[in-house]
Design a protein around this ligand. Structure first.
Ligand code: GAP
Length: 465
């Protein structure tokens, strides 16, 4: 299958999810009004709730509930020297190649992999160019055999800090949140009561000018990372690496991803990033193939040492027993917010055939991260049913994101909430007016039980967590 055909079939495999995401207000294409803007997306009213739930749960799990972790919110624009020290200026590149005939642009390693079945990841530019020419690789778009030389393209977005626009004023939007943490490591050490081993966590935007095959929000140019830099003694790295890998699997469980769809992928030694001595990815079985969800890297003391060299300031800790100074080593568990969201959408999506022959689309989100926790309906749009339903909505809305819906047939209202992944629907009917009970419908089983209206908070509290 050609590269273009592969890309098209990957997009097809995501089609139902992309359609639901747009139809139900989770994710819209970026700048659609102007015909779109490649690889950018807006998160609609339910998408933003889902994202917020993911980030809040991550923060609670990894920062608030651990005594060895603190949080940080560093700037997107860091001193330009940061990127020289980190190696991004020199080495954060993709190899690109253009078709001279139709001007289509490709990642050269992907082009070679698809056309020749060779692994070209990390191959020298000259070798790639020679291979494309010698083997007469055809442009997947127009069929021509006329390519430019392969060349490096730095993935960092640049901007200017002053109005003059001189080259010297260039600044870069951070391509990873990690560096903001390294820059403030000493501040945290000096101002907080922390002791090695401890970690600093951050959630924030990162930017990469990537050429992408268009797998929806899998690879975008603007995305959010939830990253931890965990500072350790060198001797402890193997044991703590194991512990962090286990914690990352626990996180996947917590958000409700199916265990069977998550696997570990060890990076080959020769292909490790310049800073890493060992990296293991957690990969997920996406509909378009098994691909990276998260990563765990042992970054050694590379970053802190480089920043000390480039800034001229030592970044060290004191060993209280030996009184010796040392540079801590670092483990980095990293989690992409958009990839989490995409995995959750793929994992939760089901087109279910019901016993009566009807189909329903249902999102089986874990109640912990579902964008709407409960929807409250009066059986009919009629007083005093509506008044009672509104008063129940008012009593729950301060605790959870809930919806009130009074329009349309009750069956249609249930289906609508099923598509949003709302775990519970509460219906006020004529019996409610007699005995103050309501029906509580479970999204997955569609079973309904009658419960006292005044016990809803207690019941939901148990069922939602
Ligand atoms: N600080 C290490 C680092 O940035 P990475 O593997 O390049 O490592 C970390 O990125 C995580 O960020 C990935 O595991 C993925 O979840 C997410 N990510 C990376 N590039 C992305 C992109 N272009 N679009 C969406 N998410 C991305």
């Amino acid at each position: 299958m050609s590269l273009i055909m592969k890309q098209a079939s990957a997009q097809d495999s995501l089609k139902p999810i992309v359609a639901l995401a747009k139809r139900r207000g989770f994710i819209y294409p970026g700048s659609e009004l102007y015909g779109g803007f490649a690889n950018t997306y807006s998160f609609g009213p339910y998408g933003v709730e889902l994202k917020k739930n993911i980030k809040d749960l991550w923060w609670k799990t990894f920062i608030q509930e651990r005594r060895d972790m603190v949080g940080l919110d560093g700037p997107i624009l860091l001193h330009p020297k940061t990127w020289q020290a980190s190696g991004h200026m020199e080495g954060f590149n993709d190899a690109l190649i253009d078709c001279k005939a139709c001007k289509a642009r490709f990642r050269c390693d992907h082009l070679i992999e698809e056309a020749l079945g060779l692994d070209a990841d990390g191959m020298a530019l000259e070798k790639m160019t020679a291979l494309v020419n010698e083997k007469k690789v055809k442009c997947p778009k127009c069929g021509a055999e006329d390519f430019t030389d392969a060349r490096n393209f730095n993935l960092m977005f640049s901007t200017h800090m002053s109005k003059t626009g001189h080259e010297g004023d260039a600044a870069y939007l951070r391509p990873e949140t990690a560096q903001a943490i390294f820059l403030d490591f000493k501040n945290v050490l000096d101002t907080m009561r922390v002791k090695i081993p401890f970690g600093i966590g951050q959630i924030g935007k990162a930017f990469r000018n990537e050429i992408t095959p268009g797998n929806f929000i899998f690879r975008v140019i603007e995305f959010e990372q939830m990253e931890i830099e965990y500072f350790i003694r060198e001797k402890d790295w193997e044991e703590l690496f194991k512990q962090w890998l286990a914690s990352m699997h626990d996180w996947c469980d917590l958000i409700g991803l199916k265990k069977s769809r998550i696997h570990e992928k060890e990076h080959e030694k020769e292909k490790l990033s310049h800073y890493s001595k060992r990296t293991v990815d957690l990969v997920y079985d996406f509909p378009f193939g098994t691909s990276e969800l998260y990563g765990l890297a042992y970054r050694t003391d590379f970053d802190l040492k480089r920043h000390a060299e480039h800034s001229g300031y030592p970044i060290e800790c004191l060993d209280l027993d030996t009184k010796e100074k040392y540079t801590p080593h670092v483990l980095e568990p990293t989690f992409g917010v958009e990839r989490t969201l995409l995995a959750l959408l793929c994992d939760a999506y089901e087109e279910e055939q019901l016993e009566n022959g009807e189909m329903r689309t249902v999102m089986h989100f874990s109640p912990r991260i579902a964008p709407v926790k409960a929807a409250i309906f009066p059986l009919m749009k009629k007083e005093p049913l509506t008044e009672k339903a509104k008063s129940i909505f008012d009593s729950l809305k301060n605790l959870w994101n809930c919806e009130y819906d009074e329009s349309g047939a009750i069956g249609k209202r249930y289906r609508r909430q099923d598509e949003l992944g709302t775990p519970f629907c509460i219906t006020v009917d004529f019996d409610t007016l007699e005995d103050d009970t309501v029906t509580l419908r479970d999204r997955d089983s569609m079973q309904q039980e009658r419960v006292p209206a005044n016990q809803l908070i207690e019941i939901l509290n148990k069922k939602l967590y």
